[in-house]
Design a protein around this ligand. Structure first.
Ligand SMILES: Cc1cc2nc3c(=O)[nH]c(=O)nc-3n(C[C@H](O)[C@H](O)[C@H](O)COP(=O)(O)OP(=O)(O)OC[C@H]3O[C@@H](n4cnc5c(N)ncnc54)[C@H](O)[C@@H]3O)c2cc1C
Length: 340
């Protein structure tokens, strides 16, 4: 390999969503050789979760007996920036603020049109799509997302308050139209998200501060944790569940959400993205050395992780039976699959 280029559309200060990682992600960080920097970055330890799920009372689930210790609530901007710095230290060129707008097959590889401060075309023998749930590159190459769920989340970043129970736990609460979660972030931040179907988000105007606060007021547990907090920023994010078909071609592959995206209820997305990256690295090296079947195992690994996620998701949603006729919960018991 002559050169590895990482082009990332977002500049560093953009809001980044998704912050809880489980204890065993530590193993992936070790394998990537980034543990030292990760530990120096001051992420917030997470000792487990408390949830009103299937029951109005809070139940506690901690990592006390987990062999890998505690999980974390990440400063996601810092986490992403540190991984980019590690990639650079390992020899990759990192181009932040460059968006891939077009992919074309050329002689012996691809021509990628990048736009940032100006535009340029780069040629590549192999392309990795790590563009998240938009799967921009893979879809341009003909892959399709097989979508099982179209969840939408409205995420608020807050500051202030005492956030007592949130100190080291993730809080989860089921409601008739969806669910809420809340977590303490490093540097006294708090993240709170509501997840629901797009029609409900629109109807209840959850994307507005007023609508979001009115819905928060209906919660039993989450609202009590946020007294004295003020909203600093709110963002709307789609959180679809899908598997890409296929997740790899002869000279490209997709990783992370681009390959298969999960409902945030599973809190697996970051772990999966790191794990895909490690598996993909070995598969690409074998492919570039001439092994024609090198990407078959990768495709199988992505399919297996998505199947495992689907059973976790089905199990979690089946455990909440308080609103048997509510559209949000009935839709999740009988999902409809679409291709896009
Ligand atoms: C509300 C919400 C809460 C979540 N909570 C959690 C959680 O607690 N724990 C967890 O593990 N996961 C969580 N997730 C999921 C998690 O955020 C994702 O699974 C994870 O970020 C996937 O990482 P990724 O690198 O594949 O994609 P992303 O993090 O989406 O990164 C994709 C990158 O590609 C760049 N990009 C996009 N298009 C282009 C282009 N054309 N050219 C160049 N660059 C491009 C983007 O700028 C971005 O930097 C949550 C998701 C949502 C929506």
């Amino acid at each position: 390999v002559e050169r590895v280029l990482v082009a990332e559309a977002a500049a560093g200060d953009r809001v980044r969503v998704g912050e809880s990682i489980p204890p065993d992600t530590r193993l992936l960080l070790d394998r990537l050789g980034v543990t030292e920097r990760f530990e120096a970055d001051g992420h917030e330890p997470c000792l487990g979760s408390c949830s009103a799920w299937g029951d109005a009372e809070l139940g506690y689930n901690d990592f006390l007996f987990n062999p890998h210790g505690h999980g974390w609530h990440l400063d996601r901007r810092r986490f992403d920036a540190s991984l980019a710095a590690e990639a650079e230290a390992a020899g990759a060129d990192v181009a932040a603020g460059w968006e891939c707008k077009r992919v074309e097959r050329g002689d012996g590889g691809f021509a990628l049109r990048l736009e940032g401060e100006g535009s340029r075309t780069v040629r590549a023998a192999f392309v990795v799509d790590a563009t998240g749930r938009v799967a921009r590159v893979a879809r341009a190459l003909g892959a399709r997302r097989v979508v099982d769920d179209r969840l939408t989340c409205v995420v608020a970043f807050l500051r202030g308050g005492s956030a007592s129970r949130l100190t080291r736990l993730t809080m989860l609460e089921g409601v008739e139209d969806g669910w809420w979660y809340a977590a303490r972030l490093p540097a006294e931040g708090v993240v709170v998200a509501v997840a629901g179907d797009p029609d409900v988000v629109k109807r209840a105007e959850l994307h507005t501060e007023q609508g979001w606060l009115a819905a928060l007021d209906e919660t039993e547990h989450v609202r009590g944790e946020l007294e004295g907090c003020r909203i600093e920023e709110m963002v709307v994010r789609t959180a679809p569940s899908f598997a890409l078909d296929p997740a790899a071609g002869a000279d490209w592959l997709a990783v992370g959400d681009a390959a298969a995206a999960c409902d945030p209820i599973a809190a697996q997305g970051i772990h999966n993205a790191l794990s895909d990256g490690l598996t993909a690295g070995h598969a690409i090296a074998a492919r570039l050395k001439g092994d024609p079947g090198a990407l078959d195992g990768y495709r199988e690994a992505v399919a297996a992780r998505y199947a495992a996620y689907r059973s976790v998701r089905d199990h979690l949603y089946a455990r909440e039976q308080r609103w048997p006729d509510a559209p949000f919960w009935t839709r999740r018991r009988a999902p409809v699959t679409l291709r896009s």
